[in-house]
Design a protein around this ligand. Structure first.
Ligand code: ZN
Length: 367
């Protein structure tokens, strides 16, 4: 569909750029972009692409808006806490630009649905926060012949590149192996400066617009690093690997695989107990045996009375201190490390273990 008079008015600052012009703006309108993840990176990507006039935006996310998202995920408003992220994001985008079509995928991207979803779009941009999904997005894009504009963030640092172009390398050419599970903490565990995804996501949106319009020099074969504390950008060049299992000359990966198994990040299934359930047990004097697996420095935040502190790294050698025949609740700061400890203990024959959902933070918030 051609640009309407109202749209030509709206995109005037684009169309007067000789590099874009009405022709380029028409390409932007005709384009469709899938944004994987509607969080810190997805927020500015989606908002700038919507404002720029991308005709069709796809949003995929399985999560709901949480209070702790609002420090950086600017597409979501305070009033939308508890609401599906895709629905919350769609409302903001429609308000920004009524001319666009938004498709929502209120689900996780998986090896089962990725190819079907990705084929509906011209370009993919990855704003996820875990390695399993990154490899999944990469492989699905290479198999489908789609460009993948990649970004990642942690604490004060961000990275950016463009993968999956015809001539250029892919994510696996750069990172053939995923890191050991647990060695790279997520933003939930390690923290992230709120402005950081704004910088990296905006750069991803820039690369998407350049891909659509074919202008400038794309960030292919280059990994851009951004250090917010030093306020420095640096760049590492890398090549397409002819032996890459995904985009190489004789690829071994011709269909999607089990990415959690590949990254060693299978979800840990534990029996859970909420902070309020635990508090109730305390009040009835039915308190279970408590194991706190946080580091000694983290105990400054506070402790649950009567808990035995065994930092995660000492669990193996101090396991004998945890009774096997009693109900045991394991907790950490947020409930992630404790889940891994429980997984380990179950393998050692423990059967009565519960993970405190949300960790000490959840307990503390009860007051
Ligand atoms: Zn490759």
């Amino acid at each position: 569909m051609s640009l309407t008079r109202e749209e030509l008015e709206r995109y005037k600052r684009h169309t007067i750029l000789p590099e874009i012009g009405v022709e380029g703006q028409q390409k932007i309108k005709n384009a469709s972009v899938l944004i994987v993840g509607t969080g810190g990176l997805g927020s500015p990507i989606a908002m700038y692409l919507a404002a720029s006039g991308v005709g069709h935006i796809g949003l995929i996310d399985f999560d709901v808006v949480d209070e702790s998202n609002l420090q950086r995920q600017i597409i979501h408003k305070s009033g939308n806490v508890g609401i599906s992220k895709t629905i919350s994001a769609e409302a903001t985008l429609k308000e920004l630009n009524p001319y666009l079509k938004v498709s929502l995928f209120n689900m996780a991207l998986t090896a089962d649905n990725a190819l079907d979803i990705i084929k509906q779009f011209d370009i993919v941009t990855d704003g996820t926060d875990n390695f399993a999904t990154r490899y999944l997005v990469n492989d699905a894009c290479v198999i489908s012949g789609k460009v993948n504009v990649f970004g990642s963030i942690r604490q004060f640092e961000g990275q950016l590149s463009v993968f999956g172009t015809k001539e250029g390398p892919c994510y696996r050419c750069l990172f053939p192996e995923p890191p050991e599970p647990g060695t790279v903490p997520s933003c939930a565990d390690a923290g992230v400066m709120g402005v950081l995804p704004g910088v990296i996501g905006t750069l991803q949106a820039t690369e998407v617009i350049k891909q659509i319009t074919g202008i400038g020099e794309p960030l292919t074969g280059r990994l851009l690093n951004y250090d917010a504390l030093g306020m420095r950008f640096s760049e590492v060049k890398f090549m397409k690997d002819p032996d890459c299992p995904c985009c190489g000359d004789n690829p071994a990966i011709t269909e999607l695989i089990d990415y959690d198994a590949f990254c060693g990040t299978q979800q840990v299934l534990t029996a859970d107990i909420t902070a309020s359930e635990l508090k109730e047990m305390h009040m009835k004097n039915e308190a279970p045996f408590l194991v706190d697996v946080r580091e000694p420095a983290e105990l400054l935040q506070g402790e649950i009375k009567g808990a035995l502190n065994i930092p995660m790294r000492e669990v193996q050698v101090r396991m004998h201190e945890i009774p096997k025949e009693q109900t045991v609740v394991v907790y950490c700061h947020l409930g992630i490390r404790s889940a891994h400890v429980i997984e380990y203990l179950v393998k050692q024959g423990y059967t009565k273990l519960f993970n405190l959902t949300g960790g000490y933070d959840a307990w503390e918030s009860l007051g």
